[in-house]
Design a protein around this ligand. Sequence first.
Ligand SMILES: [Zn+2]
Ligand SMILES: [Zn+2]
Length: 208
Amino acid sequence: MSEVKKRCQLNDCNRAASTYCFCCNKNVCTRHFAEHIDAVKAQIDPLANEINTMVEKIQGLTIEQLSEKPLCELRQWQIDMHQLIDEIFFAKCKEIEDLARKNQEKFVEHKKQQFEIIMKIQDDVKQLVEDGDATFEQIQLLKNQLASVETNLASFRNNFLAVNARVFAQGLVTVLSNLNKPSINQNQWTNQPQLGNLISMSTNAPPS
Ligand SMILES: [Zn+2]
Ligand SMILES: [Zn+2]
């Protein structure tokens, strides 16, 4: 028996190598090579099925499908924002109640003060009517006092409680498509495989 130069490189196989198998990049015996050829052939049927599945996928592709997920996310955002707005609303309602309660004493005090001033003005007017000799200056003075009560009331109302509520319309949600970005063109997501590289199989064993 002549000495065998190369042996099958697969595990636990000591037979003489007959060829080089490109699928595993090893010297292999005839039996193992036949097994590998069969294994490669066995991949063709599933591949054909995968291709059919892909064809159906491409044919079934619709604009609606591509819009579905963004629409779904937008609806979820709407739900979340409604919930957030409700939470803010109720929290701020409570703040208004709390602040009003906190300033209740100041409110009572203010009301009392303004009431006293207006009673004093009323008394003065009554006195002028009784005396029957009111001057222009006296009338003007009472008018000014009355006007200042009006101003006090308005000022207290403004200082007592105010809500600064803003509506942010812009920037909360943005909708965009990468297809419309000027720097990107269609070829960037059309990845065409090089067909020549897909099939490389040989029965001629090159020297290893
Ligand atoms: Zn192989
Ligand atoms: Zn072998």
